[in-house]
Design a protein around this ligand. Sequence first.
Ligand code: HEC
Length: 185
Amino acid sequence: MSGVEVNKLILAALTTLLVVLLIGNVVNELSHREPLERNAYAVAVPDTDTGGEPAPTAPVAAAPELESVTPLLASADLAAGEKVARKRCSSCHTFNDGGSNKIGPNLWGVVGKQKAAADGFRYSNAIREKGGVWSYDDLNAFLAKPKNFIKGTLMNFPGFKSVEDRAAIIAYLRQQSDSPLPLPE
Ligand code: HEC
């Protein structure tokens, strides 16, 4: 083999190598440019598409039933009720006939009376829109947690957890009236 032929062979080999490398490069480029059909790794996205239907809400544990005061009213401790009224309510309320409104309305005759009906008191819209009379059940719920029973009420009072406390104050309220509402059967 002459030197020239050897050179030709080497050139041919180098050319082939170059072409192979180029093709490999092009193939590599093309395969990278193809868009991925799906994420290379899974991303947890909550499925919120409910097709226009409201999303189902998680089941909420039912609120525990509020214990009724009605079986306790007849034998409720009136003296205890009066004491609680003085201690816990009298900073905002008067209870006597013709008593003035303070931060809260006068409460004479409130049991069985239309809600938000004390003369000259500016009630919140929340209590006015609640409507109806102050039944024993409504007072029970209101005095357990005022802001639960009437969302947006101005009465800033946490409420009584104990059903005996609620019965005592309601029995006392009932008596602050010209004609106390009959006790429940
Ligand atoms: C910090 C002041 C405050 C305290 C303490 C308070 N109240 Fe009230 N109460 C109010 C206000 C203010 C309203 C009017 C609520 C509204 O307009 O949303 C109200 C409303 C009421 C009503 C409804 C009256 C109506 O005419 O419809 C009752 C019943 C009541 N309170 C009972 C009580 C009792 C019983 C206590 C004590 C255990 C008490 N409140 C303690 C401020 C108070």
